[in-house]
Every structure is written in C-alpha cells, then in structure tokens.
Write a protein of this length. Structure first.
Length: 314
C-alpha cells in the first residue's frame, strides 16, 4: 500500500538529561515532525511510504532531509531559496515531576509556510492509498492551511489527519476555525485526548467524544489516543476500545506517531479496527522503549507483541 504524508519537520534541540536551556552547555539535535515520523514508522512496518515537504536549501534544511534519508525514509522535497523561508526549530527540555517538560516552538516564517499546491507532485497525492498530514501543518500560515485543504481534496484514497494541536504554534480558537474548513476533506481523524479537550467543545466519556466528533464532522473514523489508557475508535456506528500495553518509558517522544504509523499501515492493508488498534498500541509501546522522536521499530517485534497480547485474550 502507498502512503504519502506532508508537513514540516523541525530540528529538535534537547539538552542532556533533565537540564534547562538556560544553563545547558550542549544539546542533541534530532528531527521531529509528525508527518515524517508517521511515514517513517509505516515504512518500517511494510508500507510504501513517502514524506513530502518544502525545506530551505540551507545547512539546517539539508540536515533534516539527510537524517530522514539515513533512517530509510523516501522523501520528495521542494528545496526553497533561503530567502523564502527558514528551517523550523523546536527546543525540548525533559523534566522529572513535579517539574514539567517544556517544548519551545521556533517555527515562524518557515519555508513550509509558503508551500502552494502546484509545488508538490499532485499525481503522487492523487494516487496514494492513504494521504496524511497534521494540525501543525495547518497552523504554519494561511497559505499552508489553504494548501493542506487543496491537497486533501485532491486525494482519491483515504484522507487521514492528526489534530496535532501544539501550544506555541497557535491558539484553540484559530485551530477550530481552520478545522471547520478542513475536516470536510478528512475521512479518518486521529487525536490525542487532551488535545481534543483543548480545541473542541466536547464533553462526556471517550466513547461519547469519538461518536460526537464523527457525527458532527461527518468522519468515517475517529481514533482517540489516550496515553496510558490506550485508544478508542469509532467506525461504522461501532465503538472499539484497546488498552495500552504497560511499559516504562525511556522516551515518550514519537509514541503518538508510532501509533498512527502502525494503524495507517494496518488500515491500508485491510485489517479490521480491533487489529488496527492493537498494532497501534504495540508500536507505541515499543517506541516508548527507544529514545528520540524517530524510532526504528522492527516489524517482527511488533507482530510478536501483537501475538502475545492476542494469546492473553480470553
Ligand atoms: N504511560 C503509557 N503507558 C503505556 N502506553 C502509553 C503510555 N502513554 C502513551 N502510551 C501509548 O502511546 C499511544 C499514543 O499516546 P498518546 O495518547 O498519543 O500520547 P502523547 O500524545 O502524550 O504522545 C497510546 O495510545 C498508548 O498506546
Ligand atoms: O509535526 C509537527 O510539525 C509538530 O509540531 C510535531 C511536534 O513538534 C512534536 O511532535 C511535538 O510532540 P510532543 O513531544 O508530543 O509535544
């Protein structure tokens, strides 16, 4: 199956351990973007996956694409003149409770914010079995939001979208306005539970929330990710629930994207919803055991974990 994702991938700086940028002397650099991480996971698990983006032709932009290639991800990039826009950056501070981790977004005036529909290979979007992007892409600029709508409307396959509401990129009111325009062009909506309550005016249990969103926005499928509580999905009038698999986390970065990458690979392969969700939580659990936002999962370990969960069922 073919999956095409598009969106910005930031360069993510993090100081070692739980240090603060204010005093840290060094930081690691990794790439971090929902669209590229979802394509990378789906690709590792057997999909023919590709990431599309507009990236500045600068050392930082080339650094992003080089790391994705090193990971084995196929990319189709519009190289932007450095004057057109910059490379987006994020600064992540990990922390032990009660101190909260922090993510500072430095994503103004990026090359991706200037992307117009004509710049991307429309044929690949039209012909893909699944097209995926996220709310972070919408947030970058009005141009990026218009382009996102145009690309999803052009797709003939399944159109999947992750709410991806990250504070520091935009506020809930603007997000809700943009989503009202975009969601008619979406079939499958993924959303993390706490982001749904930050953006939408929904109340009730997770089962009620997925049902309300599906009805209100006429979506074929809604999949709510619920951290340690797993996931809940609505499809065809039926609610499906899946517990998370217990793990201690080395790094929570990338778990959400691992979940989506594995579920899209399964959906496109024709799996039923329960099987899809089980693969999602298995990939997420394994991703939690690996550091960094891009996690090199192996298909056989995901299948082994899925099988071991299935054999425990009554
Ligand atoms: N504490 C946890 N324990 C076990 N699995 C988890 C935990 N947190 C997240 N997961 C797994 O990762 C998946 C995606 O998590 P998500 O709710 O999107 O988290 P976030 O948005 O905080 O990354 C969940 O559906 C679950 O399978
Ligand atoms: O896709 C994009 O453009 C994004 O903005 C993705 C975010 O940078 C990270 O995925 C944040 O992830 P958390 O660590 O869960 O806060």
């Amino acid at each position: 199956m073919s999956l095409v994702t598009f969106g910005e991938t930031a360069l993510r700086f993090s100081p070692p351990d739980v240090q603060r940028f204010e005093t840290a002397r060094e930081a690691s650099i990794r790439v971090d973007g929902t669209a590229s991480s979802v394509a990378a996971t789906a690709g590792r698990l057997g999909a023919d996956a590709q990431w599309l983006s507009k990236v500045p032709d600068t050392p930082l932009g080339r650094r992003v694409v080089a790391e994705l290639h090193e990971f084995g991800l196929e990319t189709e990039v519009v190289w932007a003149d450095p004057d057109t826009g910059r490379q987006g950056l994020t600064f992540h501070e990990d922390a032990d409770p009660p101190r909260a981790e922090r993510l500072l977004q430095d994503r103004g005036d990026t090359a991706m914010a200037t992307l117009t529909p004509g710049e991307l290979p429309m044929g690949e979007i039209q012909n893909a079995d699944v097209v995926f992007t996220s709310g972070a892409t919408l947030s970058l600029s009005e141009t990026a939001a218009d382009t996102t709508g145009a690309l999803l409307r052009a797709a003939a396959g399944m159109r999947a979208f992750d709410l991806g509401f990250h504070p520091g990129l935009w506020d809930a009111e603007d997000a809700l306005d943009a989503l009202a325009d975009l969601l008619p062009a979406v079939d499958t909506l993924f959303a993390a539970e706490e982001q749904v309550s930050a953006v939408f005016d929904t109340t009730g249990s997770p089962r009620e929330v997925v049902h309300t969103l599906a009805t209100e926005y006429d979506l074929t499928r809604v999949i709510l990710t619920r951290s340690e509580y797993g996931a809940v999905a609505y499809h065809d009038g039926v609610i499906h629930e899946q517990d998370a698999i217990e793990t201690s986390a080395v790094d929570e970065a990338g778990q959400h994207e691992a979940f989506i990458g594995a579920t899209l690979q399964q959906l496109a392969a024709g799996a039923d919803t329960d099987e899809v969700l089980l693969h999602g939580v298995a990939a997420a659990a394994l991703s939690r055991t690996l550091s960094g936002p891009l996690t090199p999962l192996e298909p056989s370990e995901v299948e082994r974990l899925v099988d071991s969960q299935q054999s425990r069922r009554p």
